[in-house]
Write a protein that binds this ligand. Structure first.
Ligand code: ADE
Length: 244
C-alpha cells in the first residue's frame, strides 16, 4: 500500500512514522509513505504555496498550481492512484471507510492549510474529500496521519495478531468490552471471576454483554446500525428495564 502525502509541513510526519507498528510496516516494505513537500512543486523564486483571497477576508488561501501539479505528476506515473483532500467539509471518516480504502493500493493525501484551498484544486485534482470529525484542526496533516494509521491496520502483516483487526471496537459495530491483565487484584479491584474461569463460551458471552452494556451507556446511536442477535436484543431490553 502506498500513500503519497502532499504537505507544506513534511516535518510533521517524522515522529509518528518512526515508532511502533507503522515504522515496522515501513521497514518490512508492506507500507510505503512518500511525503512530498508542496514547495517542491512551485515555480516562483519564493516558492510560494499561498496567496491572498480574492474578495478579501482574513487569512491566506493555498494556491492551486503546486497541488494540481503534484497530483497530476503522481497520477501521470501511477494512473491508479486516487486523491483525497482532508477537510472538515468532507464525508465523515469511519471504520468502514478505512476498510474500503485498504482495498485500493495507492492513495494521494492532500493536506490543506491556512484558511482554505483554491476551489479549482477540488474541481480538477480531488477524487474524494474526507473529514475526521466535526472540529477544525490547523491543517490536514494530523487527519492524514489518522487515515494512514486506520487504513494500514488492514494491511496483512501490520498487526501482530491477525484476528485483532476484526475484533476491536466498531468493527462489530459495538464498543469494546473491558480488558484486564495481571495482577488479579489491584488496589482491591479484582478481575471479574469469569475471566479466570477458563470457560471460553462463558467468557465470550460475558464480553458480548459488556460490549452491549458499554455501547448502550456511551454510544446508543451505534446500536441502530450494529448487527444484533436475538439474545443481544433481549439483553439490551433487560438493561433498559434496569435504567427505569
Ligand atoms: N482539516 C482541518 N480540520 C479537519 C478535519 N476535521 N478533518 C479533516 N481535515 C481537516
Amino acid at each position: 500500500m502506498i500513500f503519497e502525502v502532499l504537505t507544506i509541513f513534511p516535518g510533521m510526519f517524522s515522529s509518528p512514522l518512526s515508532e511502533s507498528l507503522l515504522k515496522k510496516a515501513l521497514d518490512k516494505g508492506i507500507l510505503e509513505i512518500r511525503i512530498r513537500n508542496l514547495r517542491d512543486y512551485t515555480e516562483d523564486k519564493h516558492r510560494m504555496t499561498d496567496d491572498y483571497p480574492y474578495g478579501g477576508g482574513a487569512g491566506m488561501v493555498m494556491k492551486p498550481e503546486p497541488v494540481i501539479r503534484a497530483v497530476e505528476e503522481i497520477k501521470g506515473r501511477h494512473p491508479e492512484a486516487r486523491s483525497i483532500l482532508l477537510t472538515p467539509q468532507g464525508e465523515p471518516f469511519h471504520q468502514k471507510v478505512a476498510r474500503e480504502m485498504s482495498a485500493h493500493p495507492h492513495w494521494i493525501l492532500i493536506c490543506g492549510r491556512y484558511e482554505g484551498l483554491d476551489e479549482r484544486v477540488r474541481l480538477t485534482a480531488v477524487d474524494r474529500e474526507i473529514s475526521i470529525g466535526d472540529y477544525v484542526l490547523t491543517g490536514g496533516e494530523i487527519p492524514a496521519l489518522v487515515l494512514i494509521d486506520a487504513v494500514s491496520r488492514y494491511i496483512p502483516g501490520v498487526l501482530g495478531c491477525a484476528g485483532s483487526v476484526e475484533e476491536e471496537s466498531f468493527v462489530q459495530g459495538l464498543l469494546e468490552y473491558p480488558q484486564y491483565t495481571r495482577p488479579p487484584v489491584f488496589r482491591e479491584m479484582a478481575v471479574p471471576e469469569i475471566l479466570l474461569s477458563g470457560n471460553h463460551a462463558q467468557i465470550e458471552r460475558w464480553r458480548q454483554r459488556e460490549s452491549l452494556r458499554r455501547t448502550l451507556a456511551r454510544r446508543p446511536d451505534l446500536l441502530d446500525r450494529a448487527p444484533l442477535s436475538e439474545e443481544d436484543q433481549a439483553f439490551l431490553e433487560e438493561l433498559k428495564g434496569q435504567e427505569k
